[in-house]
Design a protein. Structure first.
Length: 467
């Protein structure tokens, strides 16, 4: 790693004495895992950064990354955020680049709206989600990148979102709230070993990306904060989400692919997604939601080793007439649940259209949905599976599932199924008649793919940062 030489060469401003004394004063060598290690390394303070929690570091981040982008084709660079509290507005990442956030560093999102420039709506949504206007750009943003890493020894990004939640609830915003991290049209993306707090809205939004690794994230927002989804893979391919732990005010993971006529026209699915070793608390939402925006299609999603405690549902499919496309080839196994309204929930009349231009003939195809090896306790409703009249959800399979009902169980019975078809095997309480027992007396397991997704062949390298 070329450290001093690079800083000296690139930044006439930095004297060799200050660099040398910095390295002498604190020579902490930290190892971390990344897609690629970088030839060049720099620290935010070399670009005028001040970690006092008060001074805006927007210029420091932007000029650091702009300088470091010049070595993208010469081995790339890493920017280290050292211990301190680093207030900042939005900044953009670059290719062949690593942002390393030290365990004692906190990136604090500015609460000043002027620090968040506006950008256009996403093409697959046609408008902002909160409002028909523009979107505030996300705190950490990246477009058209290759090989970008955001990681740390569990360093923190604090969105300080309370002011945004309040403005949203009071309808004081003309534009859609920012996210904490949004990476668009990029490939080879890693977001790992971070704590994300109090996002103004969604936390992590990879959109139109491929080859994405998200792991070791701790995400926290109040359970009543609006739309603080944890991780939203959106029109992305070949994605791995593992070892993450979310407590939030909306779906812990929401898999998406665009909205009604805009999503159908854009036509980019989310596919080849694996979620493993995932924990969720979210009393009013799902551990894993598929939709409701799914108009580019969602297929080949695998989820295993999931723990959901106090969530409204475990895996939920949300769709509507007008969405078109499909949710198919979904495989879930090994889910442990405690205190839920629904274990299984599918909703075909979710509604929420971007505008009146949606096509009422665009019916979503929901098929080949497999759920197995699950236990749940203290559940109100085992399954509410609601397809679309004239467009049934088909190929639903549920096997080896034991659901303990709470004493306040629904008077209407544990299952309610309409416009769906499928099979069950060794499920208690006994499913609705639309999911008949496949072979009474034996467990016939629902499908789960044996092959590996290509993202699981990616080996991370051990890199280091001198802080
Ligand atoms: C960041 O990228 C967006 C495009 O996604 C652009 O509109 C914005 O001007 C960029 N910001 C800076 C500071 O370069
Ligand atoms: C991303 O690439 C597209 C297509 O090459 C281009 O039109 C667009 O301006 C680029 N956006 C940014 C922010 O680099
Ligand atoms: C990261 O920090 C969060 C917040 O302090 C903590 O809850 C979590 O356990 C930490 N994760 C790891 C892997 O150390
Ligand atoms: C990152 O988190 C993983 C768990 O996802 C853990 O095994 C690994 O040790 C962590 N690495 C660092 C550098 O903190
Ligand atoms: C069971 O669920 C109900 C909500 O339906 C909740 O109020 C109660 O605390 C839960 N009981 C336990 C033991 O977790
Ligand atoms: C049934 O599911 C449990 C987990 O809930 C698992 O431990 C067990 O191995 C499964 N049994 C079969 C026959 O697959
Ligand atoms: C079953 O669910 C449908 C909506 O999907 C609802 O209209 C109906 O009332 C429910 N039936 C029972 C018995 O709860």
């Amino acid at each position: 790693m070329e450290m001093i030489g690079f800083a000296f060469l690139l930044l006439g401003l930095v004297s060799p004495i200050s660099v040398a004394s910095r390295i002498q004063a604190s020579s902490e060598l930290l190892d971390f895992e990344a897609l690629n290690c970088r030839k060049h390394s720099a620290v935010l303070t070399q670009f005028g950064g001040k970690g006092d929690g008060k001074t805006s570091n927007t210029n420091a981040f932007q000029s650091a990354i702009s300088q470091l982008s010049k070595v993208a084709s010469d081995g790339g660079a890493q920017l280290i955020v050292p211990p301190g509290r680093w207030l900042t507005g939005s900044f953009n990442l670059t290719s062949h680049f690593t942002l390393y956030i030290h365990k004692d560093a906190v990136i604090l999102a500015s609460q000043d709206e002027s620090e968040w420039p506006l950008i256009k709506p996403l093409p697959s949504y046609g408008r902002g989600r909160d409002d028909s206007g523009a979107r505030f750009i996300s705190l950490i943003s990246g477009t058209n990148l290759t090989d970008v890493v955001i990681t740390g020894g569990n360093g923190t990004i604090d969105g300080q979102g309370a002011i945004w939640w309040q403005k949203f609830k009071n309808k004081q915003l003309q534009n859609t709230r920012p996210y904490l991290i949004e990476i668009m049209f990029s490939t080879q993306v890693q977001i790992s070993n971070l704590t994300l707090l109090n996002s103004p809205s969604w936390n992590v939004h990879p959109v139109y990306c491929s080859d994405v690794i998200i792991q070791g994230l701790t995400i926290r927002a109040p359970v009543d904060s609006p739309n603080t989804d944890g991780i939203n893979p959106d029109s992305c391919s070949n994605v791995r989400i593992q070892d993450c732990d979310v407590v939030s005010g909306d779906d812990c993971i929401a898999v998406k692919s665009g909205w009604d006529e805009y999503g159908i026209a854009f036509g980019m699915p989310t596919q080849q997604l694996i979620i493993r070793r995932f924990t969720c608390v979210s009393p009013y939402s799902a551990a894993i939601a598929l939709g409701s925006e799914m108009s580019g299609g969602i297929r080949d999603v695998r989820a295993e080793d999931i723990t959901a405690v106090t969530t409204e549902s475990a895996v939920r499919i949300k769709t509507a007439v007008g969405r078109g496309a499909y949710v198919k080839d979904i495989y879930v196994k090994g889910v442990t649940m405690h205190t839920m309204k629904y274990v299984f929930w599918m909703t075909g009349n979710y509604g929420e259209h971007p505008d009146n231009g949606y096509d009422p003939k665009a019916l979503p195809v929901i098929e080949n949905i497999n759920y197995r090896d699950m236990t749940a306790e203290n559940v109100t409703i085992a399954g509410h599976l609601e397809g679309i009249n004239g467009d049934p959800f088909t190929g639903i399979c549920v096997s080896n599932v034991t659901i303990g009902m709470s004493s306040v169980k629904s008077k209407k019975g544990p299952w309610n199924c309409t416009d769906v078809s499928g099979v069950s095997s060794k499920v208690s309480p006994q499913p609705c008649s639309l999911l008949p027992e496949k072979q009474p007396g034996t467990i016939v397991p629902c499908a789960y793919p044996e092959d590996k997704l290509p993202i699981d062949n990616v080996q991370l390298k051990t890199c280091s940062a001198i802080v």
